[in-house]
Design a protein. Structure first.
Length: 499
Protein backbone atom coordinates (compact mmCIF):
# COMPACT_ATOMS: atom_id res chain seq x y z
CA UNK A 1 0.00 0.00 0.00
CA UNK A 2 1.38 3.42 -0.99
CA UNK A 3 1.98 5.78 1.90
CA UNK A 4 0.71 9.37 2.09
CA UNK A 5 4.30 10.65 1.82
CA UNK A 6 4.85 8.66 -1.41
CA UNK A 7 1.68 10.17 -2.98
CA UNK A 8 2.87 13.70 -2.26
CA UNK A 9 6.24 12.95 -3.85
CA UNK A 10 4.48 11.40 -6.85
CA UNK A 11 2.31 14.55 -7.34
CA UNK A 12 5.43 16.71 -7.23
CA UNK A 13 7.10 14.57 -9.90
CA UNK A 14 4.08 14.76 -12.30
CA UNK A 15 3.28 18.45 -11.71
CA UNK A 16 3.80 20.61 -14.85
CA UNK A 17 6.65 23.14 -14.83
CA UNK A 18 5.62 26.75 -14.27
CA UNK A 19 6.97 27.73 -17.69
CA UNK A 20 4.77 25.15 -19.44
CA UNK A 21 1.73 26.24 -17.45
CA UNK A 22 2.28 29.87 -18.45
CA UNK A 23 2.83 28.93 -22.09
CA UNK A 24 -0.41 26.89 -22.32
CA UNK A 25 -2.34 29.60 -20.49
CA UNK A 26 -1.14 32.26 -22.96
CA UNK A 27 -1.88 30.21 -26.06
CA UNK A 28 -5.44 29.53 -24.85
CA UNK A 29 -5.96 33.27 -24.37
CA UNK A 30 -4.53 34.12 -27.79
CA UNK A 31 -6.19 31.33 -29.83
CA UNK A 32 -9.05 32.08 -32.20
CA UNK A 33 -12.53 30.77 -31.56
CA UNK A 34 -12.24 27.68 -33.73
CA UNK A 35 -8.73 26.97 -32.49
CA UNK A 36 -9.85 27.46 -28.91
CA UNK A 37 -12.65 24.89 -29.32
CA UNK A 38 -10.19 22.27 -30.55
CA UNK A 39 -7.61 23.05 -27.87
CA UNK A 40 -10.18 22.96 -25.07
CA UNK A 41 -11.43 19.59 -26.33
CA UNK A 42 -7.91 18.18 -26.03
CA UNK A 43 -7.39 19.88 -22.67
CA UNK A 44 -10.60 18.47 -21.15
CA UNK A 45 -9.97 14.93 -22.39
CA UNK A 46 -6.44 14.97 -20.95
CA UNK A 47 -7.47 16.42 -17.57
CA UNK A 48 -8.01 14.28 -14.50
CA UNK A 49 -11.30 14.00 -12.65
CA UNK A 50 -10.00 16.15 -9.80
CA UNK A 51 -8.93 18.91 -12.21
CA UNK A 52 -12.32 18.98 -13.96
CA UNK A 53 -14.16 19.10 -10.65
CA UNK A 54 -11.97 21.98 -9.51
CA UNK A 55 -12.76 23.93 -12.69
CA UNK A 56 -16.50 23.28 -12.29
CA UNK A 57 -16.48 24.40 -8.65
CA UNK A 58 -14.65 27.60 -9.62
CA UNK A 59 -17.23 28.23 -12.39
CA UNK A 60 -20.08 27.88 -9.87
CA UNK A 61 -18.31 30.23 -7.46
CA UNK A 62 -17.88 32.89 -10.15
CA UNK A 63 -21.47 32.52 -11.50
CA UNK A 64 -20.44 31.10 -14.86
CA UNK A 65 -22.28 27.83 -14.23
CA UNK A 66 -25.53 26.94 -12.45
CA UNK A 67 -25.42 23.44 -10.99
CA UNK A 68 -29.17 23.09 -10.41
CA UNK A 69 -31.26 24.32 -13.37
CA UNK A 70 -34.97 24.85 -12.86
CA UNK A 71 -35.93 24.97 -16.54
CA UNK A 72 -35.70 21.82 -18.65
CA UNK A 73 -34.64 23.96 -21.61
CA UNK A 74 -31.58 25.00 -19.60
CA UNK A 75 -30.61 21.34 -19.37
CA UNK A 76 -30.64 20.79 -23.16
CA UNK A 77 -27.37 20.28 -24.97
CA UNK A 78 -26.48 22.09 -28.19
CA UNK A 79 -27.80 19.30 -30.43
CA UNK A 80 -31.21 19.41 -28.75
CA UNK A 81 -31.36 23.19 -28.95
CA UNK A 82 -30.48 22.98 -32.66
CA UNK A 83 -33.49 20.70 -33.19
CA UNK A 84 -35.79 23.24 -31.48
CA UNK A 85 -34.29 26.35 -33.07
CA UNK A 86 -34.45 24.84 -36.60
CA UNK A 87 -38.14 25.82 -36.73
CA UNK A 88 -37.47 29.51 -35.95
CA UNK A 89 -37.23 32.47 -38.31
CA UNK A 90 -34.08 34.67 -38.33
CA UNK A 91 -35.67 37.36 -36.16
CA UNK A 92 -36.54 34.73 -33.54
CA UNK A 93 -33.07 33.17 -33.70
CA UNK A 94 -31.50 36.52 -32.92
CA UNK A 95 -33.84 36.84 -29.94
CA UNK A 96 -32.85 33.36 -28.71
CA UNK A 97 -29.19 34.40 -28.70
CA UNK A 98 -29.77 36.93 -25.90
CA UNK A 99 -31.97 34.75 -23.66
CA UNK A 100 -29.15 33.16 -21.67
CA UNK A 101 -25.49 32.19 -21.83
CA UNK A 102 -26.18 28.57 -22.86
CA UNK A 103 -28.49 29.53 -25.72
CA UNK A 104 -26.02 32.15 -26.92
CA UNK A 105 -23.23 29.59 -26.88
CA UNK A 106 -25.40 27.11 -28.82
CA UNK A 107 -26.21 29.73 -31.49
CA UNK A 108 -22.70 31.19 -31.71
CA UNK A 109 -20.50 28.12 -31.37
CA UNK A 110 -22.72 25.29 -32.66
CA UNK A 111 -24.86 27.43 -35.05
CA UNK A 112 -28.03 26.06 -33.45
CA UNK A 113 -30.94 26.82 -35.79
CA UNK A 114 -28.83 28.85 -38.21
CA UNK A 115 -27.64 25.97 -40.40
CA UNK A 116 -31.25 24.91 -40.99
CA UNK A 117 -32.36 28.51 -41.65
CA UNK A 118 -29.54 29.30 -44.11
CA UNK A 119 -30.12 25.96 -45.86
CA UNK A 120 -33.82 26.80 -46.30
CA UNK A 121 -33.12 30.04 -48.15
CA UNK A 122 -33.35 29.10 -51.83
CA UNK A 123 -32.74 32.71 -52.95
CA UNK A 124 -29.33 33.92 -51.82
CA UNK A 125 -27.49 37.22 -52.08
CA UNK A 126 -24.65 39.15 -50.50
CA UNK A 127 -26.48 39.40 -47.16
CA UNK A 128 -26.81 35.61 -47.04
CA UNK A 129 -23.07 35.33 -47.69
CA UNK A 130 -22.23 37.87 -44.99
CA UNK A 131 -24.27 35.92 -42.43
CA UNK A 132 -22.40 32.75 -43.32
CA UNK A 133 -19.03 34.48 -43.11
CA UNK A 134 -19.87 36.06 -39.76
CA UNK A 135 -20.81 32.68 -38.28
CA UNK A 136 -17.87 30.79 -39.82
CA UNK A 137 -20.16 28.19 -41.43
CA UNK A 138 -18.55 25.83 -43.94
CA UNK A 139 -20.19 24.64 -47.21
CA UNK A 140 -20.33 21.03 -46.00
CA UNK A 141 -22.57 22.06 -43.09
CA UNK A 142 -25.36 23.39 -45.33
CA UNK A 143 -27.92 21.15 -47.02
CA UNK A 144 -29.77 23.20 -49.70
CA UNK A 145 -30.96 21.36 -52.82
CA UNK A 146 -31.85 24.40 -54.97
CA UNK A 147 -30.23 27.86 -54.95
CA UNK A 148 -31.02 30.98 -56.96
CA UNK A 149 -28.54 33.85 -56.88
CA UNK A 150 -30.58 37.03 -56.50
CA UNK A 151 -30.19 39.81 -59.11
CA UNK A 152 -29.47 42.19 -56.20
CA UNK A 153 -25.89 40.98 -56.54
CA UNK A 154 -25.65 42.97 -59.77
CA UNK A 155 -26.30 46.51 -60.90
CA UNK A 156 -27.49 48.15 -64.11
CA UNK A 157 -25.56 50.82 -65.94
CA UNK A 158 -26.66 52.28 -69.26
CA UNK A 159 -29.13 49.41 -69.83
CA UNK A 160 -26.32 46.84 -69.65
CA UNK A 161 -25.93 44.28 -66.88
CA UNK A 162 -22.54 44.55 -65.25
CA UNK A 163 -21.42 41.66 -63.10
CA UNK A 164 -20.84 42.65 -59.51
CA UNK A 165 -21.13 39.22 -58.01
CA UNK A 166 -18.82 38.24 -55.23
CA UNK A 167 -16.29 35.61 -56.25
CA UNK A 168 -16.42 34.44 -52.66
CA UNK A 169 -20.16 33.79 -53.01
CA UNK A 170 -19.76 31.45 -55.98
CA UNK A 171 -16.68 29.82 -54.46
CA UNK A 172 -18.82 28.97 -51.45
CA UNK A 173 -21.88 27.83 -53.46
CA UNK A 174 -19.64 25.72 -55.66
CA UNK A 175 -18.55 23.63 -52.67
CA UNK A 176 -22.00 22.82 -51.22
CA UNK A 177 -22.15 19.02 -51.62
CA UNK A 178 -25.96 18.71 -51.52
CA UNK A 179 -26.68 21.34 -54.22
CA UNK A 180 -28.59 19.91 -57.20
CA UNK A 181 -30.12 23.01 -58.89
CA UNK A 182 -28.45 26.40 -59.45
CA UNK A 183 -29.98 29.50 -61.05
CA UNK A 184 -27.31 32.13 -61.75
CA UNK A 185 -28.89 33.64 -64.85
CA UNK A 186 -27.31 37.06 -64.21
CA UNK A 187 -23.73 35.85 -63.77
CA UNK A 188 -21.00 35.07 -66.25
CA UNK A 189 -17.62 33.39 -65.94
CA UNK A 190 -18.53 31.43 -62.83
CA UNK A 191 -18.58 27.82 -64.05
CA UNK A 192 -14.94 27.30 -63.11
CA UNK A 193 -15.90 27.98 -59.50
CA UNK A 194 -18.54 25.22 -59.36
CA UNK A 195 -17.33 21.85 -58.10
CA UNK A 196 -20.62 20.36 -56.93
CA UNK A 197 -20.67 16.62 -57.67
CA UNK A 198 -24.48 16.46 -57.21
CA UNK A 199 -25.35 19.49 -59.42
CA UNK A 200 -27.84 18.40 -62.09
CA UNK A 201 -29.76 21.53 -63.19
CA UNK A 202 -28.21 24.86 -64.24
CA UNK A 203 -29.61 28.19 -65.44
CA UNK A 204 -26.81 30.50 -66.59
CA UNK A 205 -25.64 33.13 -69.07
CA UNK A 206 -22.45 31.37 -70.06
CA UNK A 207 -21.45 30.86 -73.69
CA UNK A 208 -22.39 27.40 -74.98
CA UNK A 209 -18.72 26.59 -75.64
CA UNK A 210 -17.91 27.31 -71.99
CA UNK A 211 -20.71 25.09 -70.71
CA UNK A 212 -19.74 22.18 -72.93
CA UNK A 213 -16.06 22.48 -71.96
CA UNK A 214 -16.74 22.53 -68.21
CA UNK A 215 -16.65 19.37 -66.04
CA UNK A 216 -20.37 19.90 -65.34
CA UNK A 217 -21.18 18.95 -68.93
CA UNK A 218 -20.74 15.28 -68.01
CA UNK A 219 -23.30 15.31 -65.20
CA UNK A 220 -25.91 18.00 -65.98
CA UNK A 221 -29.41 16.72 -66.79
CA UNK A 222 -31.19 20.12 -67.13
CA UNK A 223 -29.93 23.32 -68.76
CA UNK A 224 -31.58 26.73 -69.22
CA UNK A 225 -29.53 29.00 -71.47
CA UNK A 226 -29.62 31.64 -74.23
CA UNK A 227 -27.91 30.72 -77.47
CA UNK A 228 -28.25 30.88 -81.23
CA UNK A 229 -29.78 28.16 -83.38
CA UNK A 230 -26.33 27.37 -84.80
CA UNK A 231 -25.01 26.63 -81.29
CA UNK A 232 -27.66 24.18 -80.11
CA UNK A 233 -25.86 21.18 -81.60
CA UNK A 234 -22.97 21.78 -79.16
CA UNK A 235 -25.13 20.47 -76.32
CA UNK A 236 -25.41 17.10 -78.06
CA UNK A 237 -22.07 16.25 -76.44
CA UNK A 238 -23.66 16.36 -72.97
CA UNK A 239 -24.44 12.67 -72.40
CA UNK A 240 -27.02 13.03 -69.60
CA UNK A 241 -28.86 16.16 -70.77
CA UNK A 242 -32.59 15.34 -70.51
CA UNK A 243 -34.13 18.84 -70.51
CA UNK A 244 -33.10 21.91 -72.50
CA UNK A 245 -34.77 25.34 -72.19
CA UNK A 246 -33.31 27.58 -74.88
CA UNK A 247 -33.93 31.24 -75.63
CA UNK A 248 -32.82 31.57 -79.24
CA UNK A 249 -30.89 34.68 -80.14
CA UNK A 250 -31.36 35.92 -83.70
CA UNK A 251 -28.53 34.60 -85.83
CA UNK A 252 -28.46 33.92 -89.57
CA UNK A 253 -25.79 31.22 -89.23
CA UNK A 254 -26.94 27.69 -90.07
CA UNK A 255 -26.38 24.56 -88.02
CA UNK A 256 -23.06 23.02 -89.01
CA UNK A 257 -23.50 19.93 -91.17
CA UNK A 258 -22.89 16.56 -89.60
CA UNK A 259 -24.56 13.84 -87.59
CA UNK A 260 -26.04 15.52 -84.49
CA UNK A 261 -28.19 13.68 -81.98
CA UNK A 262 -29.45 14.31 -78.45
CA UNK A 263 -29.07 10.87 -76.93
CA UNK A 264 -30.95 11.53 -73.67
CA UNK A 265 -33.08 14.64 -74.37
CA UNK A 266 -36.75 14.14 -73.41
CA UNK A 267 -37.95 17.76 -72.87
CA UNK A 268 -37.26 20.72 -75.17
CA UNK A 269 -38.55 24.26 -74.59
CA UNK A 270 -37.90 26.93 -77.21
CA UNK A 271 -38.47 30.68 -77.28
CA UNK A 272 -37.55 32.29 -80.58
CA UNK A 273 -39.29 35.66 -80.95
CA UNK A 274 -37.12 36.92 -83.83
CA UNK A 275 -36.17 33.72 -85.63
CA UNK A 276 -37.76 32.29 -88.78
CA UNK A 277 -38.36 28.60 -89.61
CA UNK A 278 -36.63 27.55 -86.41
CA UNK A 279 -38.28 24.16 -86.00
CA UNK A 280 -37.64 22.98 -89.54
CA UNK A 281 -33.94 23.92 -89.35
CA UNK A 282 -33.56 22.39 -85.90
CA UNK A 283 -35.33 19.06 -86.39
CA UNK A 284 -33.94 18.59 -89.91
CA UNK A 285 -30.36 18.73 -88.68
CA UNK A 286 -30.56 17.25 -85.16
CA UNK A 287 -32.17 13.94 -84.25
CA UNK A 288 -34.01 13.67 -80.94
CA UNK A 289 -35.14 10.04 -80.77
CA UNK A 290 -36.18 10.17 -77.09
CA UNK A 291 -37.96 13.57 -77.15
CA UNK A 292 -41.33 13.37 -75.40
CA UNK A 293 -42.25 16.99 -74.56
CA UNK A 294 -41.99 20.05 -76.82
CA UNK A 295 -42.92 23.52 -75.55
CA UNK A 296 -42.98 26.51 -77.92
CA UNK A 297 -43.13 30.15 -76.84
CA UNK A 298 -43.31 32.92 -79.45
CA UNK A 299 -42.12 30.35 -81.96
CA UNK A 300 -43.62 29.77 -85.40
CA UNK A 301 -45.15 26.42 -86.34
CA UNK A 302 -46.41 25.24 -89.74
CA UNK A 303 -46.74 22.21 -92.07
CA UNK A 304 -43.03 21.87 -92.84
CA UNK A 305 -42.15 22.06 -89.15
CA UNK A 306 -44.56 19.25 -88.37
CA UNK A 307 -42.96 17.04 -91.04
CA UNK A 308 -39.49 17.70 -89.59
CA UNK A 309 -40.68 16.87 -86.08
CA UNK A 310 -42.23 13.60 -87.25
CA UNK A 311 -38.95 12.59 -88.90
CA UNK A 312 -36.78 13.47 -85.91
CA UNK A 313 -38.94 12.67 -82.87
CA UNK A 314 -41.35 9.81 -83.28
CA UNK A 315 -42.00 9.50 -79.53
CA UNK A 316 -43.40 13.00 -78.92
CA UNK A 317 -46.22 12.68 -76.38
CA UNK A 318 -46.72 16.27 -75.13
CA UNK A 319 -46.99 19.53 -77.09
CA UNK A 320 -47.39 22.97 -75.49
CA UNK A 321 -48.53 25.75 -77.83
CA UNK A 322 -50.00 28.14 -75.24
CA UNK A 323 -47.68 30.94 -76.36
CA UNK A 324 -46.87 29.51 -79.78
CA UNK A 325 -47.62 31.16 -83.12
CA UNK A 326 -49.04 28.79 -85.71
CA UNK A 327 -51.64 28.79 -88.51
CA UNK A 328 -54.92 27.51 -87.07
CA UNK A 329 -55.52 25.31 -90.14
CA UNK A 330 -52.57 23.12 -89.10
CA UNK A 331 -54.28 22.10 -85.85
CA UNK A 332 -56.03 19.10 -87.39
CA UNK A 333 -52.70 17.89 -88.82
CA UNK A 334 -51.43 17.37 -85.27
CA UNK A 335 -53.33 14.09 -85.44
CA UNK A 336 -50.38 12.85 -87.54
CA UNK A 337 -48.41 12.77 -84.27
CA UNK A 338 -49.85 9.39 -83.35
CA UNK A 339 -47.92 9.30 -80.06
CA UNK A 340 -49.34 12.69 -78.95
CA UNK A 341 -51.24 12.37 -75.68
CA UNK A 342 -51.09 15.84 -74.09
CA UNK A 343 -51.89 19.10 -75.90
CA UNK A 344 -51.90 22.67 -74.56
CA UNK A 345 -53.11 25.46 -76.86
CA UNK A 346 -53.90 29.11 -76.19
CA UNK A 347 -55.96 31.93 -77.72
CA UNK A 348 -58.00 29.59 -79.88
CA UNK A 349 -61.40 30.20 -81.47
CA UNK A 350 -64.33 27.94 -82.14
CA UNK A 351 -63.02 26.74 -85.52
CA UNK A 352 -59.71 25.64 -84.00
CA UNK A 353 -61.65 23.84 -81.32
CA UNK A 354 -63.42 21.84 -84.03
CA UNK A 355 -60.04 20.76 -85.45
CA UNK A 356 -58.85 19.67 -81.99
CA UNK A 357 -61.69 17.14 -82.00
CA UNK A 358 -59.84 15.27 -84.78
CA UNK A 359 -56.88 14.48 -82.52
CA UNK A 360 -58.72 11.54 -81.04
CA UNK A 361 -55.67 10.00 -79.30
CA UNK A 362 -55.48 12.81 -76.71
CA UNK A 363 -55.54 11.96 -73.00
CA UNK A 364 -55.06 15.51 -71.70
CA UNK A 365 -56.15 18.87 -73.18
CA UNK A 366 -55.46 22.41 -71.96
CA UNK A 367 -57.45 25.07 -73.85
CA UNK A 368 -57.46 28.85 -73.51
CA UNK A 369 -60.52 29.93 -75.51
CA UNK A 370 -61.02 33.35 -77.06
CA UNK A 371 -64.40 34.13 -78.65
CA UNK A 372 -65.27 36.97 -80.94
CA UNK A 373 -68.52 38.85 -80.34
CA UNK A 374 -71.69 36.97 -81.29
CA UNK A 375 -69.74 33.68 -81.59
CA UNK A 376 -71.65 31.82 -78.88
CA UNK A 377 -73.89 30.04 -81.37
CA UNK A 378 -70.88 28.96 -83.42
CA UNK A 379 -69.21 27.68 -80.26
CA UNK A 380 -72.20 25.53 -79.32
CA UNK A 381 -71.93 23.84 -82.70
CA UNK A 382 -68.19 23.25 -82.26
CA UNK A 383 -68.41 21.87 -78.74
CA UNK A 384 -69.85 18.67 -80.15
CA UNK A 385 -66.42 17.86 -81.59
CA UNK A 386 -65.10 17.33 -78.07
CA UNK A 387 -67.27 14.24 -77.79
CA UNK A 388 -64.96 12.59 -80.33
CA UNK A 389 -62.11 12.62 -77.79
CA UNK A 390 -63.19 9.31 -76.30
CA UNK A 391 -59.84 8.74 -74.53
CA UNK A 392 -59.65 12.19 -72.92
CA UNK A 393 -59.12 11.97 -69.14
CA UNK A 394 -58.12 15.52 -68.18
CA UNK A 395 -59.47 18.85 -69.47
CA UNK A 396 -58.41 22.36 -68.48
CA UNK A 397 -60.78 24.96 -69.90
CA UNK A 398 -60.10 28.69 -69.65
CA UNK A 399 -62.67 31.18 -70.98
CA UNK A 400 -60.76 34.36 -71.81
CA UNK A 401 -62.02 37.89 -71.18
CA UNK A 402 -65.66 38.13 -70.06
CA UNK A 403 -67.02 34.78 -71.16
CA UNK A 404 -69.19 32.49 -69.09
CA UNK A 405 -69.71 28.79 -69.64
CA UNK A 406 -72.01 28.20 -72.62
CA UNK A 407 -75.27 26.35 -72.14
CA UNK A 408 -74.95 22.61 -72.61
CA UNK A 409 -71.22 22.70 -71.91
CA UNK A 410 -71.11 19.69 -69.58
CA UNK A 411 -73.17 17.53 -71.90
CA UNK A 412 -70.71 18.23 -74.74
CA UNK A 413 -67.72 16.83 -72.83
CA UNK A 414 -66.57 13.23 -73.28
CA UNK A 415 -67.77 10.98 -70.42
CA UNK A 416 -64.26 9.54 -70.06
CA UNK A 417 -63.11 12.64 -68.10
CA UNK A 418 -61.76 12.04 -64.58
CA UNK A 419 -60.35 15.56 -64.01
CA UNK A 420 -61.94 18.87 -65.05
CA UNK A 421 -60.59 22.39 -64.42
CA UNK A 422 -62.71 25.41 -65.37
CA UNK A 423 -61.93 29.14 -65.42
CA UNK A 424 -64.76 31.54 -66.29
CA UNK A 425 -66.42 34.80 -65.27
CA UNK A 426 -68.69 34.62 -62.24
CA UNK A 427 -72.29 35.56 -62.94
CA UNK A 428 -75.57 35.50 -61.05
CA UNK A 429 -76.29 32.01 -62.36
CA UNK A 430 -74.41 29.04 -63.71
CA UNK A 431 -76.92 26.76 -65.34
CA UNK A 432 -74.41 23.98 -65.81
CA UNK A 433 -74.28 23.43 -62.04
CA UNK A 434 -77.84 24.48 -61.14
CA UNK A 435 -79.64 21.74 -63.03
CA UNK A 436 -81.02 18.63 -61.44
CA UNK A 437 -78.75 16.87 -58.98
CA UNK A 438 -78.19 13.99 -61.38
CA UNK A 439 -77.10 16.16 -64.36
CA UNK A 440 -73.39 16.31 -63.50
CA UNK A 441 -73.20 12.62 -62.65
CA UNK A 442 -75.07 11.78 -65.85
CA UNK A 443 -72.75 13.80 -68.11
CA UNK A 444 -69.44 12.90 -66.42
CA UNK A 445 -69.89 9.64 -64.50
CA UNK A 446 -66.11 9.02 -64.05
CA UNK A 447 -65.28 12.51 -62.79
CA UNK A 448 -63.15 12.51 -59.62
CA UNK A 449 -61.68 16.03 -59.44
CA UNK A 450 -63.32 19.38 -60.24
CA UNK A 451 -61.26 22.60 -60.02
CA UNK A 452 -62.92 26.00 -60.37
CA UNK A 453 -61.53 29.51 -60.91
CA UNK A 454 -64.14 32.30 -60.81
CA UNK A 455 -62.96 35.61 -62.26
CA UNK A 456 -64.38 39.11 -62.06
CA UNK A 457 -65.49 41.01 -65.11
CA UNK A 458 -63.15 43.56 -66.63
CA UNK A 459 -63.62 47.19 -65.64
CA UNK A 460 -65.64 48.28 -68.69
CA UNK A 461 -68.15 45.52 -68.00
CA UNK A 462 -68.26 46.05 -64.27
CA UNK A 463 -71.05 48.66 -64.36
CA UNK A 464 -73.33 46.21 -66.13
CA UNK A 465 -72.45 43.48 -63.65
CA UNK A 466 -73.15 45.77 -60.69
CA UNK A 467 -76.61 46.55 -62.10
CA UNK A 468 -77.63 42.91 -61.84
CA UNK A 469 -80.24 42.26 -59.19
CA UNK A 470 -78.70 39.05 -57.90
CA UNK A 471 -75.06 38.81 -56.73
CA UNK A 472 -72.72 36.52 -58.71
CA UNK A 473 -72.29 32.92 -57.66
CA UNK A 474 -69.33 32.11 -55.43
CA UNK A 475 -67.05 29.10 -55.35
CA UNK A 476 -68.94 27.75 -52.36
CA UNK A 477 -72.21 27.94 -54.28
CA UNK A 478 -70.85 25.91 -57.18
CA UNK A 479 -69.18 23.46 -54.80
CA UNK A 480 -72.49 22.90 -53.04
CA UNK A 481 -74.29 22.18 -56.32
CA UNK A 482 -71.50 19.83 -57.49
CA UNK A 483 -71.36 17.85 -54.24
CA UNK A 484 -75.13 17.50 -54.25
CA UNK A 485 -74.82 15.71 -57.59
CA UNK A 486 -71.62 13.73 -56.78
CA UNK A 487 -70.88 13.51 -53.02
CA UNK A 488 -67.50 11.77 -53.55
CA UNK A 489 -66.23 14.49 -55.90
CA UNK A 490 -63.07 16.40 -54.92
CA UNK A 491 -63.98 20.07 -55.54
CA UNK A 492 -61.14 22.57 -55.18
CA UNK A 493 -60.05 26.01 -56.27
CA UNK A 494 -57.96 26.20 -59.40
CA UNK A 495 -54.87 28.39 -59.16
CA UNK A 496 -54.39 28.63 -62.88
CA UNK A 497 -50.88 29.66 -64.00
CA UNK A 498 -50.75 32.82 -66.09
CA UNK A 499 -49.22 32.52 -69.53
Amino acid sequence: MTSKRAKVELDRETAAPARLVAEVYDLLLEAGRKQLEALLAVFVKASSKQALEAVRDEAIKRGAFVAVKQSRYQQCNHAQLDSFFSFLEPIDLRTAEVVCRRWRSACSNSHAGWIAELSRQSEVDERWMREITRRHITPSQLTPVSVRVEPSCYRRNESRLLERHSDHLFDFIGRIPSLQRLDCNYAKNVLHRLHNPALRALNCREAPETVVASPLARTLTELDIACSLAEIHLFCSMPQLARLDAFLIKDDAAISPGSHEFAALTHLSLCAPESVAVLEKLFSNIRMPRLQTLSLSETGFDHTDLAAILASSARLTSLDLQDGVWPRETTAELARLTSLRHLSIGHVGSRTLTDVGQITQLRSLDVSLYLERHAELELNACLASLRKLTQLESLRWHQQHNEHLPAGFLSSLPPSLTSLSLSFVASSSCYEFERTDSELAKCLPRLKTLAIELRKRESHYQAIADAQAAPPLTFDDIKRHALRAMPQLDVQKWNRPSF
